[in-house]
Design a protein around this ligand. Structure first.
Ligand code: CDP
Length: 201
């Protein structure tokens, strides 16, 4: 059985949690496609060429806690602007999306570019302030003592870079279900997503 759920949206809107919970609910596999760009960004910070890093990316590179840092996120959104980097990551995402047993992919361009025929598309968003608050708490929980104002500035800068780039900009697909999590608990957001997926089955 093939069934693809595409979940897109800006930084720290809740895509990650929602995607994991939706995948668990339906027994689907989950791919956080942001990790692909983060892994390339991390290699670039270590001195690699971005296109070569993307072309030689190994799935084992994704399993690394250091990809969750703030600096890697910023670098990820810079390498994500490069068309050859994006092109190098398409095949892996396609094959994941069409695997047997169902797949949830979350990112920025899943419903628009990677899986335009996804069975269900969600666009998960929240106000920049809410997202910065959540990301700030998450980073603080990991021992990173960056200020809220810096996190907010970086979230806004990354949103701008992601939505204004020429190649595969972040935008809701016309047929995506919008979920604004600003005033929702995690449970409410997950419930809204699960309801939308069930409606598409
Ligand atoms: O976790 P968070 O939402 O902060 O970011 P992420 O999903 O890990 O993505 C990091 C960066 O990778 C984004 O800011 C985008 O620039 C890029 N990205 C992308 O261009 N396309 C995707 N499908 C996923 C991520």
């Amino acid at each position: 059985m093939q069934f693809t759920v595409a979940i897109d949206g800006p930084a720290a809107a809740g895509k990650g949690t929602i995607s994991k919970r939706v995948a668990a609910e339906f027994g689907f596999a989950h791919l956080d496609t942001g990790l692909l760009y983060r892994a390339v960004g991390a290699k670039v910070l270590a001195g690699a060429d971005p296109v070569e890093a993307a072309e030689t990316l190994d799935p084992a590179d994704l399993d690394n806690d250091s990809l969750r840092t703030h600096d890697v996120a910023q670098e990820a959104s810079k390498v994500a602007v490069i068309p050859q980097v994006r092109a190098a990551l398409v095949a892996f995402q396609h094959s994941f999306a069409t695997r047997d047993g169902g797949a949830v992919l979350d990112g920025r361009d899943i419903g628009t570019v990677i899986c335009p025929d996804a069975h269900v598309k969600l666009f998960v968003t929240a106000s920049a302030e809410c997202r910065a608050m959540r990301r700030h708490a998450e980073l603080a929980g990991r021992g990173n003592d960056i200020s809220y104002d810096q996190v907010l500035a970086d979230v806004v800068a990354r949103d701008k870079r992601d939505s204004e780039r020429a190649e595969a900009p972040m935008v809701a697909a016309d047929d995506a279900v919008l979920i604004d999590t600003s005033d929702m608990s995690i449970e409410q957001a997950v419930a809204a997503a699960v309801t939308a997926v069930r409606a598409g089955m």
